[in-house]
Design a protein. Structure first.
Length: 301
């Protein structure tokens, strides 16, 4: 029989920290307490609930099924409480707590990372958890406060704020163009090797516009495909073929001469930089503040 009346809510916070850190030692370091305290609190919680929450080995701990169910239910509540406390503190102008941000690796390198460093320097009590990945994260399941994406949002139901726009260029390495020649018109690119980013909704079909008002749609011939903008950039720099890349990712390579623009008088549709929020949640002050900060950061970049 469980004794729920005397469960210490601090034990749930410690339990959550063990899950997040993947170990008792990591949780102790994160919370700034002794490892023994973490072990005692988790053991007490298990006795009160009458179930084992973790399977322990000499190297790691992993959740049992009851532990996973408890974590899935408690984590959103604990983070909501943390947000509420941080929100109350922010009334005095001091942001605190944990800001969990998700974005792509390339965007983290070029803009989100530097912006977070500058933002965190303004608020010493704020902690940042930056998670990178080229596939869209499950914001609710992973407890993410804010996600940044570039391009075109597939899901129209997402709570998204458009922060900026960016241009796209068709590019290739000088070695590839020397070997295969430079296309003279958009239609000629269909005869070239195209390196495809599979994450795009229509990765092989591209619409080009000219200053004289003419539009041309070209269906490319995919020689290679990748699921990462970083890998795409590397392949094209090594002569794999033509591709389309946005300005933030490709500008350094253009400046260094590793890539050159192809058909610069023809333009591709602009994409957007979006801040994406989890569904159905109040937007904490720390999230609103960083969105505004990053929007201003992009205008200065």
């Amino acid at each position: 029989m469980t004794n729920l009346d005397h469960i210490d809510l601090n034990a749930l916070t410690i339990f959550d920290a063990v899950v997040e850190a993947g170990s008792f030692t990591g949780a102790a370091d994160r919370l700034g307490v002794a490892k023994a305290k973490v072990s005692v609190q988790v053991a007490r919680l298990e006795r009160q609930l009458g179930v084992a929450l973790f399977t322990r080995t000499t190297r790691q701990v992993s959740l049992t099924d009851p532990g996973r169910a408890l974590h899935d239910q408690c984590q959103p509540l604990l983070r909501g409480l943390s947000d509420a406390l941080a929100e109350a503190g922010s009334e005095q102008g001091e942001l605190s707590g944990m800001l969990r941000v998700s974005t792509t690796a390339m965007q983290a390198i070029h803009s989100i990372g530097p912006a977070l460093v500058a933002f965190a320097a303004l608020y010493p009590r704020l902690h940042v958890d930056l998670r990178t990945g080229d596939r869209v994260a499950d914001m609710v399941a992973e407890g993410i406060d804010l996600s940044f994406r570039m391009g075109w949002l597939r899901d129209s139901t997402q709570r998204a704020i458009k922060l900026a726009t960016f241009a796209q260029y068709v590019v290739a390495s000088p070695a590839y163009l020397k070997r295969r020649g430079s296309p003279k018109r958009p239609e000629h690119m269909a005869q070239h090797d195209w390196v495809t980013l599979s994450l795009l909704p229509t990765p092989l079909t591209w619409k080009f516009s000219h200053a004289d008002g003419k539009d041309v749609t070209v269906h490319m011939n995919a020689r290679m495909q990748v699921d990462s903008p970083a890998a795409l950039l590397a392949l094209v720099e090594h002569g794999a073929g033509l591709t389309a890349l946005e300005t933030l990712t490709v500008q350094e390579s253009l400046d260094a001469g590793r890539l050159v623009k192809v058909l610069p008088k023809w333009t591709l549709p602009e994409g957007g930089v979006y801040a994406v929020l989890p569904p159905g949640r109040h937007v904490p002050a720390k999230v609103r503040a960083f969105i505004d900060f990053y929007r201003e950061f992009l205008t200065r970049a």
